[in-house]
Design a protein around this ligand. Sequence first.
Ligand code: NDP
Length: 282
Amino acid sequence: MIISGKELAASLKAQMAAEVATFEERYGRVPHLAVILVGEDPGSVSYVTGKAKASAEVGIKNTTIRRPATISEEELLGIIAELNADDAVDGILVQLPLPKHINSDKVIAAIDCSKDVDGFHPMNVAALWQKQPCVLPCTPKGIIKMLKVAGVEIAGKNAVVVGRSNIVGLPVSKLLLDENATVTITHSRTKNLGEVTSKADILVVAIGRPKFVTADMVGEGAVVIDVGVNRDPESGKLCGDVDFAAIEPKASVITPVPGGVGPMTICCLMENTIECFLRKQA
Ligand code: NDP
């Protein structure tokens, strides 16, 4: 079974659009997402464009603020301070990565936590690990939604996560733990990675290496979630961290790249923006 994140995201966005269509009358305005793009990295430009397109589909107001890669940290912090103070802005997102002269941690921490639609603010991260109400980070949230819609039982399963980044590996491990999976987190220093991954009932891979996970690393009937977004060095096409063609026949459930986790990430960003907006109306 191939889970189409694209189809699931389309149906969830349609539901959100129907809800947002009632907001003007109920609250006098629609949610507003401000996205800051620094520089012109093609990957970042494409992500930001995708976010603007999804906002339009859902009926969310999107302002994309573009600044050159030479912007100073101080200027960027100034823009964030203005957006924090603007009551008409519900969500603020700074597209990562930022140029090396800017301290990303400082920038993320400067965003008003109640407008942190990415769920990267230290207070949101702390709340997640302490099981307090928080904005869930988009990619891990999207992964759990996909598993649930596919009817995958998570509780009691052996979940293996490859990668331990703050953006994907760690928070997805926490969400799987909260769903009562037994979670193993692996990384670049893990010995005999294939032995660990081949025992997984649920395997989530987020490393950023094209087709790194080969068929011998996956057990028969495993659920495989491929988060990676890479260029295949041979074809130049987008591909995941998993060798899809080789693993699809073995997996009970698998996500494709493109069209898997990526669209769900953007869909959850829309959901988080609506959530931040509604919290203000309460
Ligand atoms: P990072 O580079 O921050 O983290 C990569 C992780 O992979 C690290 O924990 C690293 O281990 C681990 N790793 C690297 N090489 C190996 C190896 N040979 N064996 C085992 N583990 C390894 O990446 P991100 O988590 O930010 O992103 C991962 C991928 O997911 C990228 O392709 C990115 O583009 C994609 N992505 C996709 C999203 C989507 O919406 N679809 C959203 C976010 C990311 P160590 O900690 O030891 O260095």
